[in-house]
Design a protein around this ligand. Structure first.
Ligand SMILES: [Zn+2]
Length: 279
């Protein structure tokens, strides 16, 4: 994302970077947006509650195949991303999963764009045990060929499974070779998923950017489980198995907005900690 000047979140819609740049007497302050995944009932209040300057939420039940059920979005001017339902698996070889996955991905993309979201996050998906992952990649190619995308979709790395498209970065690289040229494609890096998925966080931003050329959003989550455990259980920052300094360094290096998808009670503290370390 480009850098946009602004000392205030509302002015910093696509802004992402921290720092100051002095030209003569003029100074421009770059703000790194830090926020949280919140309930969609009253995002403006949730943002205030946590001092979040970027938000993410669902537009319906994340376990449902239904079209978005949210009819109104008011974030109080805070920029936001939408997370698509977890049931979506565009890579699946099963028609009964793949076809409705495409359908609701498209529906959520249209709704997210209409509400003014910065992007729509979707997991990379997987094929079934023993199946050829290249078929999953082919399914992504076909899905994107057939879909008019009114906003960027950010494919996220996932934590588990041996037949996932975006757990291991060798697989991510094969996927990106096939679809990375798409103009509405971006990437969302989840630190819990990388850690639990077996990708070291120390140089993760460099390794991701070598593949995708970009990171549009960080899911700054600690992990309850061990490195390469394959388990997807998020923890508040500093309460899991990821070193806090490493987590902060990932967010800084990514240079993108970051949201925590952590237990609700600790989100305000997570945001405060990240801001204090990054500003
Ligand atoms: Zn995530």
């Amino acid at each position: 994302m480009d850098f946009v000047p602004g000392s205030h979140a509302q002015r910093a819609h696509t802004c992402s970077m921290i720092g100051e740049e002095g030209v003569g007497d003029r100074r421009t302050v770059w703000v790194m947006l830090i926020g949280a995944h919140v309930d969609n009932a009253d995002p403006a209040a949730e943002a205030k509650d946590r001092d979040a300057d970027v938000l993410q939420f669902f537009l319906g039940d994340p376990q449902s195949w239904k079209a978005p059920t949210v009819t109104e979005v008011d974030t109080g001017g805070v920029p936001f991303f939408v997370h698509s339902p977890y049931v979506i698996n565009v890579a699946s070889t099963n028609n009964k999963i793949r076809i409705p996955s495409r359908k609701i991905l498209h529906q959520h993309a249209q709704a997210a764009a209409a509400f003014g979201a910065q992007g729509l996050i979707v997991h990379g998906g997987h094929v079934a045990k023993g199946e050829d992952p290249s078929v999953g990649i082919e399914n992504w190619v076909k899905a994107l060929e057939r879909m008019e995308l009114p906003l960027p979709i950010l494919i996220e790395n996932t934590a588990g499974g041996e037949f996932a498209m975006t757990r291991r970065f060798d697989s991510l690289a094969r996927l990106w070779d096939a679809i990375g040229h798409h103009e509405q494609l971006g990437f969302c890096l989840d630190t819990c998923h990388a850690h639990a998925g077996g990708e070291a966080l120390v140089d993760v931003v460099d390794r991701v950017k070598a593949i995708t050329g970009r990171i549009d959003l960080v899911h700054a989550n600690d992990s309850r489980d061990a490195f390469d455990s394959g388990a997807d259980r998020h923890a508040n920052v500093g309460e899991g198995q990821i070193d806090v300094d490493t987590l902060v360094a990932v967010v800084r290096a990514a240079g993108s907005p970051a949201v925590v998808e952590t237990p609700r009670e600790g989100q305000a503290a997570d945001i405060k900690l990240l801001k204090s370390r990054l500003r």
